[in-house]
Design a binder for this molecule. Structure first.
Ligand code: HEM
Length: 459
């Protein structure tokens, strides 16, 4: 059962109840494959570090801000990205920017970085607003008030944005195929994660494996097609594809080969739309559950834009809108967990970690930690009023991660979510059916169990 106190003015939206204590390995794995958040013991929400495995810790869940700072920012020479991420995601995104290490990562990050300076995101605002308006047109075409599958609709909207900005020139007609194969890859992914955690040989079977591998191969074939079309159309421009096609390795002078190009195209296609879609999906759910906040945001959008299209100048003034988005990403972080591994035996928070131990930072629990947040399960966007936000540590609220591997698309995503949310609220009211309380499920990104049906009413 999902825990949710009886209704009152305060909103306590769905959460995942922790287990009272650490469970035996078989039960942990079983719960893990259904929803990794269900395998988290209660102590993870209350203390700084919890180790699994008494004599020789295999897994350490780290949720205290100071310890997270050590792992992600201060001791990155010891705490590295895991082979786990790479093993699980490799069939789909190879060793692109998200999964690469060392020099290979540095080179790729340097190629992409100039496209992601905070001010550059503002140049894309007209495209983002247009994608929002197109979604409204699709809803209007279905007539008056009706139930819409918000999770799917937001994925379509954010895909259009990435295809017309960072990956400009990508043929959008392939969107359906990219999404279908991406979804088929992700659906059984927790079995793949569980077998990687148990260090089983990579060629061993697990449920859904052949479907995953087929979906990954199909996905990469579509991306290869997109790349070929783009090459044929010419490589001018300053989008990521053009930058990658023109880049030369600083040591060897060699261009990126096709595999490296596909790794990165697939990485940005996946990381660049799925996460923002989830942020918008959960935000619309919270606003449907809290009509007062929905009206407050709509009133702000109306007063800032005067009912016209959202522009770059409006962004800094849409402060309530952004407070709501941040509170939504606190309660429902689109990337609910991150992992690292220690490259040598070390000590963390008084616990001796042998090499290698798996360090899990369950952002979902960090954002609901009892020592860091007052009444953590409650939806309260005012936590992000400027004077209160200034007191938050950088590893206390961290939907985009922290340290050198922090999300390269953070400013882009915040701008995009603000523009799309504001554009949608200008024209549509979102309401809740009074019953749907979706369990948040961790499948690399945070999915609502049973999807996100909301009633939309054109204004
Ligand atoms: C609300 C939206 C988003 C969220 C919550 C999010 C979250 C994250 C997080 C937590 C990481 C760090 C993972 C780790 O350290 O293990 C990350 C990395 C990354 N994100 Fe995002 N992301 C979002 C949007 C985007 C967008 C729009 C793009 C691209 C356009 C993007 C591209 C990437 C890439 C390429 C990395 C790897 C960076 C590196 O390792 O150097 N993300 N993201």
């Amino acid at each position: 059962m999902l825990s949710e106190p009886a209704s009152s003015a305060a909103l306590y939206p769905p959460t995942v109840p922790p287990s009272a204590r650490a469970l035996p390995l078989w039960l942990t794995l079983l719960r893990f494959t259904r929803n990794p958040l269900r395998s988290l013991p209660r102590a993870v929400y209350e203390t700084d570090i919890v180790a699994y495995g008494r004599k020789r810790p295999l897994v350490a869940w780290v949720t205290g801000s100071d310890l997270i700072e050590q792992v992600l920012i201060k001791r990155t020479d010891i705490f590295a990205k895991t082979r786990l991420d790479r093993r699980v995601l490799k069939p789909l995104i190879g060793t692109g920017l998200l999964t690469a290490q060392g020099d290979h990562w540095r080179w790729q990050r340097r190629i992409a970085s100039p496209l992601f300076r905070p001010n550059d995101a503002l140049a894309y605002v007209p495209v983002m607003a247009q994608a929002g308006r197109e979604q409204i047109t699709r809803w209007r075409a279905k007539g008056e008030a009706h139930v819409a599958p918000i999770e799917i609709d937001m994925t379509e909207t954010t895909f259009a944005v990435i295809a017309r900005t960072i990956l400009a020139g990508i043929d959008e007609s392939e969107a359906g195929e990219i999404q279908r194969t991406g979804y088929q890859f992700i659906r059984p992914i927790m079995w793949s994660v569980a077998s990687a955690l148990m260090l089983t040989p990579e060629h061993w079977w697990y449920p859904g494996k052949s479907q995953m591998m087929r979906a990954a191969a199909e996905n990469r074939a579509v991306v290869q097609r997109l790349l070929d079309k783009r090459r044929a159309a010419g490589i001018e421009g300053d989008d990521l594809v053009a930058r990658m096609l023109q880049a030369r390795h600083p040591d060897t002078g060699a261009p990126m080969n096709d595999e490296e190009l596909i790794d990165n195209l697939s990485t940005f296609l996946l990381a660049g739309h799925e996460t923002t879609a989830k942020a918008l999906t959960w935000t619309l759910y919270l606003l449907a559950r809290s009509p007062q906040w929905q009206e407050r945001v709509r009133a702000e959008v109306q007063s800032v834009t005067g009912g016209r299209a959202v522009t770059a100048e409006h962004i800094a003034h849409l402060t309530v809108t952004q407070r709501v988005l941040k509170e939504s990403m606190r309660l429902y972080p689109p990337v609910p967990a991150m992992t690292r591994v220690n490259l040598e035996a070390t000590e963390l928070g008084g616990i001796a970690l042998p090499e290698p131990a798996l360090i899990v930072i369950p952002v979902f629990a960090v954002h609901r930690h009892k020592a860091s947040w007052d009444d953590p399960e409650r939806f309260d966007p005012d936590r992000f009023l400027p004077e209160r936000e200034a007191n938050l540590k950088r590893t206390q609220f961290m939907p985009f991660g922290a340290g050198p591997r922090v999300c390269i698309g953070a400013a882009f995503a915040m701008t995009e979510a603000t523009v799309i949310l504001a554009t949608l609220l200008q024209s549509v009211r979102f309401s809740w059916d009074g019953t749907h309380k979706p369990e948040p499920i961790s499948r690399v990104t945070l999915h609502p169990k049973g999807g996100m049906p909301l009633t939309i009413t054109p204004l």
